[in-house]
Design a protein around this ligand. Structure first.
Ligand SMILES: NC(=O)c1ccc[n+]([C@@H]2O[C@H](COP(=O)([O-])OP(=O)(O)OC[C@H]3O[C@@H](n4cnc5c(N)ncnc54)[C@H](O)[C@@H]3O)[C@@H](O)[C@H]2O)c1
Length: 337
C-alpha cells in the first residue's frame, strides 16, 4: 500500500497529522532530523497495529530522502520540516538550506517520481503585520498582499519563496501542490518558537504554580493543533482539480490577546494564578492578528471541529491532565449549566 511521508513528522503538527492517518489505516512514514521519543512512543502505544515508520534524516539530504520515498512506496508528502521563526533569523544560511532547499528537494522528488500530492506548511508569516493593511481588509483573506511578518524576516521570506516554488512546480512540472497557512498553533508541549508563551498560559497554571507571562498587550490569531491537523488531511485528500484552482489556504483562527487567553484558562480553572504583564508589542513576531479561514469550507466543504477557543484550550488542558493522572476539567458552558 502506498505510504504518506510527513517531513518534520514527530513535531507538534506532524504527530497530530500522523494520528489522523493511522486512525484510518494509512501507512505513514515520519522523517525527522531530531525525532521526538515521547511522540513516537505515544503513537506506537495508541496505534499498536498501525503502520508507522520513523526515519532520522534531514530534508536537505536529497539522496536519502529519495531512498526513503522509494523504499516505502510513498505517493504523497506532507512537508513540515522547517526551522521556526527566531531560529531562522538567528542563522539565515542554515534556514535557507532547511526551509528553501529542503522544499525544492521534496518538490523535485514529487515531480520525478510522479507523486499524487504534496502539501506544504506555509504560515500566516507570509502576511505583514496589521499596520500593512486597511482595517476593512482584516481579517485577511488568502489573496492579501504578502509583506512578510516583520518580526521574523528570514522565516517569512522562506515561506513566501516556498509558495512561489509551489506555483512554479505546478505550472512548469504539473505537480499537485497545495499549502496551508496556519495561524499561531497551540498544542501540548509546544515550548519553542515565538509563541511558547501560549503553552505557559494554558498548561502551567494547572499545577498550582503561579505563572507570570509577558506580551500582555499582544494579540494573535490562534488555532488548535487538532484543527490544523484536520485541515492538512483535508488538503492531502482534496481533488486535484480543486487544488489546481485554489492552491493556498489560511487556517483561520480566533483573534485573542494573551490576557484573553488567560481569561479563557480562568473560565475553565477558576483557581489558576496567571499574571499577565504589559508589553510594548501589539502582536507576536509581527504576525497579523486576524485571518479568515473560510476558503477551506467554501471550496473543500471542510467544517471546524472546535467551535470556540475555549474548546481547544480545554482539550489541550485535559490531555496534559490525563498524562499527569489528574481528573478532566469541564467546559465553561457545562459549568454554567
Ligand atoms: N506551530 C506554529 O505555530 C506554526 C504556524 C505556522 C506554520 N507552521 C509551520 O508548520 C510546520 C510544522 O510546525 P510545528 O509547529 O509542528 O513545528 P515543530 O518544531 O514542532 O516540528 C518541526 C519538526 O521538523 C523537524 N525538522 C527541522 N529541521 C528538519 C530537517 N532539516 N529535516 C527533517 N526534519 C527537520 C524538527 O526536528 C521538528 O520535529 C513548520 O513548517 C512551521 O513553519 C507552524
Amino acid at each position: 500500500m502506498p505510504a504518506t511521508l510527513i517531513t518534520g513528522g514527530t513535531g507538534l503538527i506532524g504527530s497530530a497529522i500522523a494520528r489522523r492517518l493511522l486512525a484510518r489505516g494509512d501507512d505513514v512514514v515520519l522523517l525527522d532530523v531530531m525525532p521526538s521519543p515521547e511522540r513516537i512512543s505515544a503513537l506506537r502505544t495508541d496505534f499498536p497495529d498501525g503502520s508507522v515508520e520513523v526515519a532520522r534524516g534531514d530534508v536537505t539530504a536529497l539522496g536519502s530522502l529519495l531512498d526513503l520515498v522509494q523504499r516505502h512506496q510513498v505517493d504523497a508528502i506532507v512537508h513540515l520540516a522547517s526551522m521556526l521563526g527566531p531560529d531562522s533569523d538567528a542563522d539565515p544560511g542554515f534556514a535557507t538550506r532547511t526551509n528553501c532547499e529542503g522544499t525544492t528537494n521534496v518538490l523535485d522528488i514529487a515531480r520525478l517520481r510522479g507523486l499524487r500530492r504534496v502539501v506544504l506548511a506555509s504560515s500566516i508569516a507570509v502576511f505583514g503585520d496589521d499596520s500593512c493593511y486597511a482595517p476593512a481588509d482584516l481579517p485577511l483573506r488568502e489573496d492579501a498582499p504578502q509583506w512578510g511578518a516583520p518580526g521574523m524576516r528570514m522565516y517569512s521570506a522562506a515561506k513566501i519563496y516556498c509558495e512561489q516554488l509551489a506555483r512554479h512546480y505546478t505550472r512548469r512540472f504539473g505537480v499537485s501542490v497545495t499549502a496551508l497557512r496556519p495561524s499561531v498553533v497551540h498544542g501540548q508541549g509546544r515550548r519553542s518558537g515565538a509563541t511558547s508563551v501560549v503553552t505557559k498560559v494554558i498548561e502551567d497554571a494547572m499545577f498550582d504554580e503561579p505563572v507570570t507571562v509577558g506580551l500582555g498587550n499582544a494579540s494573535m490569531s490562534l488555532i488548535y493543533v487538532e484543527e490544523v491537523a484536520d485541515q492538512f488531511v483535508a488538503l492531502l485528500d482534496a481533488d486535484p482539480a480543486v487544488v489546481a484552482e485554489h492552491p493556498f489556504y489560511n487556517s483561520g483562527g480566533f483573534t485573542c490577546g494573551v490576557r484573553d487567553l488567560a481569561e479563557v484558562v480562568r473560565s475553565i480553572l477558576p483557581d489558576a494564578q496567571i499574571t499577565v504583564e504589559p508589553s510594548a508589542e501589539r502582536d507576536v513576531g509581527g504576525l497579523v492578528t486576524a485571518v479568515r479561514g473560510d476558503l477551506l469550507g467554501e471550496v473543500l466543504g471542510h467544517t471546524p471541529r472546535f467551535a470556540t477557543l475555549a474548546d481547544g484550550v480545554l482539550h489541550q488542558m485535559n490531555l496534559v491532565r490525563s498524562q499527569s493522572g489528574l481528573p478532566p476539567l469541564e467546559s465553561p458552558t457545562a459549568l454554567a449549566r
